[in-house]
Design a binder for this molecule. Structure first.
Ligand SMILES: [Zn+2]
Ligand SMILES: [Zn+2]
Length: 195
């Protein structure tokens, strides 16, 4: 059985099955490529999830186990509306992990989802109901949950970081050069330039 560090639940905010699925997905990605959790900007995750479906919780779990955080721009969403993600590493290749449709179907039968379909948020669902479906996730084998495929042709180009900034001549706030605009000879931020 997998156990998640308590901080991951606190970070996520409620108890649901998808955060731990994402956590396990990330652990499996690291294990498959033989790398450990990121500390800086080592890797990149392309998540295939979209908006408007509840499984997006899994991206919090993915961030927690891989260290590929949104804030550090180590994860992007492709908006395919699919339950899969690819971890890219510079030296150890890439791996795509997807949730098996049969496992999705199995989870969908638990009472947790009848609450969700009525629009009840996870924190309002009785704890035994949440714990039941969470324990299915924590006790499943990787083989039961995931399809794993190493990719040899997945490309990711790192954006070169820069500290250069300009003071906007409109609002006086700093704007990083990549985003500065010139209008009527003035250096402006996007809101002040209007484009
Ligand atoms: Zn959740
Ligand atoms: Zn401005």
């Amino acid at each position: 059985m997998t156990t998640l560090p308590e901080w991951t639940w606190e970070f996520h905010g409620h108890r649901c099955p998808f955060m731990p699925i994402g956590y396990r997905m990330g652990e499996l990605m690291l294990k498959t490529l033989g790398v450990s959790k990121a500390h800086d900007h080592e890797y990149f995750i392309a998540s295939e999830l979209g908006v408007g479906h509840p499984q997006t919780c899994l991206m919090d779990g993915l961030q927690a186990s891989t260290g590929c955080t949104y804030g550090k721009l180590m994860m992007e969403r492709l908006n395919f509306g699919k339950l899969a993600a690819t971890l890219w590493t510079p030296d150890n290749g890439s791996v795509r992990v997807a949730i098996k449709p049969a496992f999705s179907d199995k989870l969908g039968k638990y009472e947790f989802f009848s609450y969700r379909k009525k629009g009840i948020e996870p924190s309002q669902i009785p704890e035994p109901v949440s714990n039941e479906v969470i324990s299915v996730v924590l006790n499943a084998t990787d083989e039961e949950m995931f399809d794993v495929k190493k990719l040899s042709d997945f490309e990711h180009k790192k954006i070169k970081g820069s500290f250069n900034k300009t003071k906007c001549e409109g609002c006086g706030e700093y704007v990083f050069d990549r985003y500065a605009r010139i209008k009527d000879g003035k250096h402006l931020c996007i809101p002040c330039a209007g484009y």
